[in-house]
Write a protein that binds this ligand. Structure first.
Ligand SMILES: [Mg+2]
Length: 383
């Protein structure tokens, strides 16, 4: 008996690949940035303070801007304590990502002044604050506890939009499935699906023998009436789970099962990993989804950001929200900023999480946010 593709192996492999990519970055990427990335780097880093000119003298630079096609607001303006209020007056509703925005991407690091900033935005300036997260680890109840532990006690459960809740809604209300759901994911996902009346299984360690013997593999337990495979974060991912997910998605459901086809869904596929300290890199949901996608040869339907479905969930709960007066604030270009662009709302990128200024400077103007700023803590002092 042996086991391959376990999560722990992915974790260790990712560290090696990250170290390798850092070496490659130093050897190759610098060249490409000089040749075609310099324009972006110049126009963006110059927002900050100074740049080194060709004659090696420092000079104060002038910010440059592109324009949002959705709103015609200036794209990629640097928000500071001096200008934040002027721009925030354009919005009534602020959608906020959590990891990397309210707390650090390791879920434990505190970001300065967050609680004070949130209280000020809501109580003093009357902004509607809604929290929109792709994190499939936590249920809404756990998120509430987490907010309290980080010092913000005023958040209500109806202000939280978790991808696990949205997944249940999508399965129940959009696909209207009647069969079972095989989950590669978390207890929080299982809880939300069951609360919505969706029958599901698969969370936790797979119970079957891990083997490469075909006769033994055929003895593994399979349900006949699986109508969807839903993938999120799963620390118990192993070869059997890939084998079962691929089989459910690719096979014709057995006759008499009452199921016509098996849908393949994922909570998200853009969050690939985070540094967790000590030189260790933690693969996250996107890596697990990539494994299943490779195994079954199909792309999943995405429930979380950047898919606009989470915005549909928000509008179903708060129908009076106006797109033109709504902004999404997050730390991920691929997830939060692309979500805002897909929905057609303005966006703000914080540098307190997954994206640093160099990364932002390297993307093309059409992928840049409307604003960027150091953290939402600036609102504590700005207003
Ligand atoms: Mg985030």
């Amino acid at each position: 008996m042996y086991s391959i593709n376990r999560y722990s192996k992915l974790f260790k492999l990712s560290i090696s690949l990250k170290i390798l990519s850092r070496k490659l970055d130093g050897e190759f990427f610098n060249t490409s940035r000089i040749t075609f990335g310099q324009q972006n780097l110049f126009s963006f880093v110059t927002h900050e303070k100074t740049v080194c000119s060709s004659n090696n003298k420092f000079r104060i630079s002038v910010p440059t801007c592109a324009y949002s096609t959705a709103t015609n607001r200036c794209r990629c303006t640097h928000l500071t304590t001096s200008n934040a209020k002027e721009y925030l007056d354009n919005y009534d509703t602020i959608l906020l990502d959590c990891d990397g925005v309210i707390w650090g991407t390791d879920y434990t690091t505190r970001i300065g002044n967050v609680s004070k900033a949130l209280t000020k935005l809501r109580d003093l300036y009357g902004k509607k604050l809604l929290f929109v997260t792709n994190n499939s680890l936590y249920s809404p109840e756990t998120f509430l506890d987490k907010f309290i532990s980080f010092g913000y006690k005023d958040v209500r459960e109806d202000e939280l939009f978790c991808v696990s809740t949205a997944s249940a809604l999508y399965l129940k209300e959009v696909l209207k499935i009647t069969g079972r759901v095989y989950i590669i994911g978390t207890r929080a996902m299982e809880t939300e699906l069951r609360s919505a009346g969706v029958d599901c299984f698969g969370v936790g360690a797979d119970p079957d023998l891990v083997t490469r013997d075909i006769a033994e593999m055929r003895k593994a337990s399979f349900a006949d009436d699986v109508e969807a495979v839903l993938v999120g974060f799963d620390e118990h991912l192993n070869y059997n789970k890939l084998y079962k997910a691929a089989s459910y998605i690719k096979r014709q459901p057995p006759r008499g099962s009452g199921v016509n086809r098996c849908h393949y869904l994922a909570t998200s596929n853009v969050e690939m990993g985070t540094w967790i300290g000590g030189g260790l890199y933690r693969p996250t949901t996107g890596v697990i989804v990539s494994c299943v996608t490779a195994a079954c040869g199909q792309e999943p339907g995405i429930i979380g950001k950047p898919s606009p479905f989470l915005y549909d969930c928000i509008r179903s709960r708060f129908p009076n929200i106006e797109k033109a007066r709504t902004i999404m604030i997050g730390d991920s270009l691929k997830s939060d900023i692309t979500f805002a662009q897909n929905v057609g709302i303005d966006s703000g990128l914080v540098l307190s999480g997954a994206t640093d200024l160099n990364t932002l400077s390297g993307v093309c103007d059409t992928k840049k946010p409307t604003f960027y700023f150091e953290s939402i803590g600036i609102f504590a002092e700005a207003l």
